[in-house]
Ligand binder design. Structure first.
Ligand code: UFG
Length: 326
């Protein structure tokens, strides 16, 4: 298939692009490089452009005759979305609707969407299934949910076949150390912990030590980025006209912030100093996936089920790229 991957130079997108190429797909990356990295994708597959440039997008769709779109391009920080909701609604909702409208006009009806566990808000029970009510508590989650709703309507009205993958916490890096996670500024726990192990930061701030969890710190479900990539490939193969599928993608096991730090100390063999800090606005206490549905319907299984193994791949990346892609 010829696939347009928006945001394909970003963290998750670049791992998906690599897997799609390995499976013989013809891939075009559409990325404005505002947070993505040129070095993360093959140079001859990259189109540097913004989703707000409708004419450019039209031109690309005419020239490339794509069969399907995987849409990763989005801002992705919960705390930033609380501080700057306009930025999030503009990019994650308005630009996505621009993209969807262009695709509608070009009669491209296969779409795989990066959704998020943040659409669930503070779930009443864990593990979270796809039937758990979606009540986002931050603009990031609200924007992603708005797009899920629009996709459902596009499926009904225009015959789109789509999949919305609700990621839990993407983590790790390609095990050969060639591509990995690099955000500027970095806000995600595992990269910050490993940057601290490398001596690039003095300590890790633990955001909230009074949550209703066994050790008082937030619990998350960390899923390896290559396992996420595999979920996209399977979702793409499952698309059916007029139908929409939503899947949680996580390993079904939660780790607290303190457990992540301890695991990283074991993997790196280095002490990681911590300081207790205030809670971060918009953070739910516990997010753990039930990924039964994707296992049953797509035959997906996480290859990495152990946090240490996930952190090891991230450590390989950070040690070999102490300045990320710079
Ligand atoms: N945390 C700290 N200190 C830090 C950074 C993070 O204690 O310096 C904590 C956070 O409070 C949270 C956990 O570590 O409890 C994980 O935080 P991340 O920032 O790594 O990830 P989030 O859970 O906030 O967000 C991730 C993705 C979002 C997605 C969300 C869905 O980045 O895009 O998962 O759960 F929406």
């Amino acid at each position: 298939m010829r696939i347009l991957v928006t945001g394909g130079a970003g963290y998750i997108g670049s791992h998906v692009v690599r897997l799609l190429l390995e499976h013989g797909h013809d891939v075009w990356v559409y990325d404005n490089l505002s947070r993505g990295h040129r070095q993360a994708v093959p140079a001859d597959r990259l189109i540097v452009a913004d989703l707000a440039e409708k004419e450019r997008l039209d031109q690309v769709l005419v020239l490339q005759r794509v069969d399907a779109v995987m849409h990763f391009a989005a801002w992705c920080h919960v705390d930033e979305s609380v501080r700057e909701p306009a930025k999030y609604y503009q990019n994650n909702v308005v630009n996505t609707l621009n993209l969807m409208d262009c695709l509608r006009r070009h009669r491209i009806r296969r779409f795989v969407f990066s959704s998020t566990a943040a659409t669930y808000g503070v779930p009443e029970q864990v593990p979270i299934t796809e039937e758990t009510p979606q009540r986002p508590i931050n603009p990031y989650g609200a924007g992603k949910l708005a797009v899920e709703r629009a996709l459902a309507d596009y499926a009904t009205a225009y015959g789109w076949g789509y999949a919305a993958l609700r990621y839990f916490n993407a983590a790790g890096a390609s095990p050969d150390g060639r591509i990995g996670e690099h955000h500027e500024p970095e806000t995600h726990l595992i990269p910050l912990v490993l940057m601290t192990a490398l001596g690039q930061r003095p300590h890790v701030a633990i955001y909230g030590t009074d949550y209703p969890t066994p050790d008082g710190t937030c619990i998350r479900d960390y899923v390896h980025v290559d396992d996420l990539a595999e979920a996209h490939l399977r979702a793409l193969e499952r698309l059916e006209p007029g139908k929409g599928w939503c899947y949680n993608v996580g390993i079904g096991r939660g780790y607290s912030v303190r457990e992540v730090i301890r695991a990283a100390e074991e993997v790196t063999g280095r002490p990681i100093p911590v300081v207790a800090a205030d809670r971060r606005p918009g953070d739910p206490p516990v997010l753990v996936a039930s990924s039964e549905k994707i296992q049953r319907e797509l035959g997906w299984r996480p290859g990495y089920t152990d946090l240490r193994a996930i952190i090891e791949t991230a450590w390989t990346w950070h040690r070999s790229h102490p300045r990320g892609y710079r």
